[in-house]
Design a protein around this ligand. Structure first.
Ligand code: NDP
Length: 505
């Protein structure tokens, strides 16, 4: 593979009927020529085709990434130069903001306001890591006498990055930005339902000056090529976001070559509302906490716990506002709730709700697929509130990944913490209260990577994002993330005047 290869010119049009993968700085088809369709879930219509990669394509992408890492110039650039390229990526994304938003909406059915926020965060991720990498450095350490020790950070190598369908561009940015900032090369495998914006992002990376082979994107079935990537000898690190069960399989596969692994997995996050909370803020926050992105969020606060005294007052407002949420044209700023990603996901959501109903739960509102005028062939589900369940029931324990929330009462602080923690997950949590002592005690007691106090927002570029327990490990979006794409080399130097003779021979 040539080292100084020029990067190909990619098509200027972002909306296309056929997309190609990006390998070694070029748009490529799968070696076998196979393709598959991607759909707009709001309408059910096919919008484009993408290549269906096989093992040979994975090998090609890993080889390009390896070559770029070992023989290319990217990781040898002065750090300020890498930072400049990251900022250039961000500025090209800003200049194509509307087109990126449009493609994200067409491929996910999410609402325009939601898509805008996520595209903006993707841009800001590159800006954050352009700044962060400049401050990412080793240390000088205390060592005995005439010794001198310093550490230096070096890129870990080739990172395979496997991402889910719920935030396609944002997740691609969360993964690519820190990895290339640290000097790694990457092979990105987007979800098969939503590959378009990851491909567009890789093209933008090249346009901004990332050398060929540093950012590669392959598309195809995760069970086959994702699994192969996780075992691949040419891959040094694997970063995965997706379901907990997939994460376990990836970790097992990665163990064969002792790859570095970071996992951002599922959640069943609690939203705790105490009796002294600002009730309106808690209601508005709870609405956003579960129904943002149509509930298809790993950090969705899908279990609401209400202190008994405010249960009725909260529910009255929460149910009334939930009924006002608008399901509709994703391109309309008036829409709050977008489509469900696929027919299969819609059926999964409904199955959970039906099973809960049969087990005696009360469906307070929602509870069935929704009919949306003008979008009859799309996949839509009513925002759903469920009560009369216990925290150990299936609907309260398993991640549904849809607009479905369970509400349960609690009596006092210790019980709230116990209920919040009684799940295998530990990703996020929200606390609504005024008593600062209580907030501190509950924060300390909660086993979750993210605690939101009087706010539903879980992440900004710079804030560590990741889970406890079976929600995974490793932190994204933050300074910590750079360490996860780096090795630390410790250099120990003798600086004494007399040569050393440890054996005294
Ligand atoms: P999946 O785990 O099914 O898929 C995620 C990615 O992994 C996709 O690219 C998929 O490819 C690929 N994949 C599937 N099987 C394998 C395999 N055996 N080996 C390697 N890769 C594989 O998750 P979803 O796409 O369904 O995403 C939803 C999940 O993601 C939810 O559980 C959610 O909680 C979690 N999530 C977690 C976040 C976090 O930060 N903690 C953030 C966002 C989502 P393909 O699409 O081709 O099947």
């Amino acid at each position: 593979m040539p080292i100084t290869k020029e990067v190909a010119v990619f098509p200027a049009e972002m909306k296309r009927s056929a997309y190609k993968m990006v390998i070694n700085g070029e748009p490529v088809d799968a070696a076998g020529g196979e393709t598959f369709h991607v759909y707009n879930p709001a309408t059910g219509e096919a919008i484009a085709t993408v290549p269906k990669a096989d093992y040979a394509d994975v090998d090609r992408a890993v080889e390009a990434a390896r070559h770029a890492f070992e023989h290319g110039k990217w990781r040898r650039y002065p750090v300020g130069k890498r930072a400049r390229v990251l900022n250039k990526i961000a500025s090209i994304m800003r200049s194509r903001f509307d087109a990126l938003v449009e493609m994200e909406i067409l491929n996910t059915g999410k609402t325009i306001e939601t898509a805008k926020g996520q595209v903006m965060q993707a841009i800001e991720d590159f800006e954050f890591f352009a700044g962060a990498i400049v401050g990412h450095r080793g240390a000088v350490n205390h060592v005995p006498g005439q010794f001198f020790n310093y550490t230096q950070k070096e890129p870990v190598g080739v990172a395979a990055q496997i991402i889910p369908w719920n935030y396609p561009l944002m997740m691609a940015a969360w993964k690519i930005a820190p990895a290339i900032a640290a000097g790694c090369s990457v092979v990105v495998k987007p979800a098969s339902l939503t590959p378009i914006t990851a491909i567009l992002l890789a093209e933008i990376c090249h346009e901004a000056g990332v050398p060929a082979g540093v950012v590669n994107v392959i598309t195809g079935p995760g069970a086959k090529i994702g699994s192969y990537l996780a075992k691949h000898e040419g891959v040094d690190k694997i970063a995965f976001t997706g379901e907990t069960s997939t994460g376990k399989e990836i970790m097992a596969n990665a163990s064969e070559t002792l790859k570095r692994v970071t996992l951002e997995l599922g959640g069943k996050s609690p939203n705790l509302v105490f009796q002294d909370a600002d009730l309106d803020a808690a209601v508005n926050g709870a609405l956003y906490g579960i129904f943002y992105n149509t509930g298809q969020s790993c950090e969705a606060r899908s279990r609401i716990f209400l202190q008994e005294d405010i249960y009725d007052a909260f529910m009255e407002k929460f149910v009334a506002k939930t009924k006002k949420l608008v399901l509709g044209d994703p391109f309309s700023p008036a829409s709050h709730i977008g489509a469900i990603i696929s027919k299969e996901q819609l059926e999964t959501i409904h199955r959970y709700v039906e099973e809960a109903k049969q087990a005696g739960a009360t469906i307070v509102t929602g509870g069935k697929p929704a009919k949306v005028e003008g979008f009859e062939n799309g996949y839509w589900y009513e925002p759903t509130i469920i009560t009369n369940v216990t925290n150990d029931s299936k609907i309260a324990q398993e991640e549904i990944f849809g607009p479905v929330v369970v509400v349960m009462p609690f009596k006092e602080e210790k019980e709230a913490v116990k209920l919040a923690n009684a799940t295998k997950y530990g990703l996020a949590s929200s606390i609504w209260a005024k008593d600062q002592g209580l907030i501190k005690r509950v924060t300390d007691g909660i086993q979750a990577g993210i605690v939101m106090v009087n706010s539903p927002f879980s992440a900004f570029p710079g804030t560590p994002f990741g889970g406890y327990k079976q929600s995974g490990f490793g932190r994204e979006l933050s300074f910590e993330c750079l360490d996860l794409y780096s090795e630390t080399k410790s250099v120990l130097t003798y600086a004494g005047a007399k040569p050393l003779n440890p054996f005294q021979l």
